[in-house]
Design a protein around this ligand. Structure first.
Ligand SMILES: *Cc1c(COP(=O)(O)O)cnc(C)c1O
Length: 259
């Protein structure tokens, strides 16, 4: 030991770790930006059309803070309980930095009240009952002063028909979007999807982009298409993605128990 009081020694060790972690994240971010730029170039698209959304589930609040230092002010989470605690921690560490939090994981209706307090956007809206619960929750959060803006919503399309993985069947997606569009405390912004497991994503993303084109006829302001993750962002960008949700390729691998 250096003879410093514990707290100072801890602080020094932590800032050393932070510096190492920061350069690790900066390097991963540079790679990722290159992948996105190359994919946009191959697809004849402007990289400014594709937003990078870091998925910070299972990673600590400190990583979110380091990402904000690198200019990334959005973060996505997959579980309400983990997210609510992390949001509070990041607010305490960086009160002046306005991180925009997104919910991308499966959501139980009984968590709607909590999510409406911390999320600017919920990307995983996949059932009429969840739309109702979120609309009510966002209304209450506004009355309580916990939020100002309506809750931004992406309807999640199922590309594999597996109800356990979430998402609304493509045949029911338009009706779900119609319901969000008329909900007073929600704002329909587009569509989210996860590629099916265990098969190449191209065909699924092509079906998705057809469904999105149809939905945009009825809802021209629903411009967001959130598709593509660490392993398939190139294919998603080829199919029109405007938001890639990246965990592993930015933050490293997660413990296997997470979703
Ligand atoms: C975890 C998660 C991601 C990020 O996945 P990676 O493969 O780590 O990039 C994206 N979207 C959703 C819905 C997730 O749950």
């Amino acid at each position: 030991m250096t003879g410093l009081p514990d707290e100072q020694a801890g602080g020094a060790a932590r800032s050393h770790c932070d510096a190492a972690r920061r350069s690790e994240l900066a390097a991963a971010l540079a790679c990722l930006r290159q992948r996105i730029a190359a994919a946009c170039c191959a697809a004849g698209r402007d990289p400014a059309e594709v937003r990078l959304l870091p998925v910070t589930k299972t990673f600590p609040a400190r990583d979110v803070v380091l990402l904000t230092d690198l200019g990334l002010l959005d973060a996505a989470e997959a579980r309400d309980s983990e997210a609510a605690a992390k949001v509070a921690e990041v607010n305490a560490l960086r009160p002046a930095v306005p991180v925009r939090w997104h919910m991308v994981g499966r959501l139980q209706r009984n968590k709607a009240r909590s999510v409406a307090r911390w999320a600017v956007q919920v990307q995983s809206v996949d059932s009429p009952r969840l739309v109702q619960a979120l609309d009510r929750a966002a209304g209450l959060a506004r009355e309580a002063g916990d939020r100002q803006a309506p809750l931004s919503v992406l309807v999640q399309a199922s590309l594999d028909g597996d109800p356990r993985r979430g998402g609304c069947p493509l045949a029911e997606l338009d009706a779900l979007a119609d319901q969000v569009a008329v909900a007073p405390s929600l704002q329909l912004q587009g569509v989210m999807a996860v590629a099916p497991l265990g098969c190449p994503p191209e065909a699924a993303f092509a079906r998705l982009s057809q469904a999105v084109a149809r939905l945009r006829n009825a809802h021209p302001s629903a411009v967001e298409l959130s598709a593509g993750m660490s392993g398939d962002l190139e294919q998603a960008i080829e199919c029109g993605s405007t938001c890639v949700r990246v965990g592993t390729a930015l933050l490293g691998s997660r413990p296997l128990t997470s979703n």
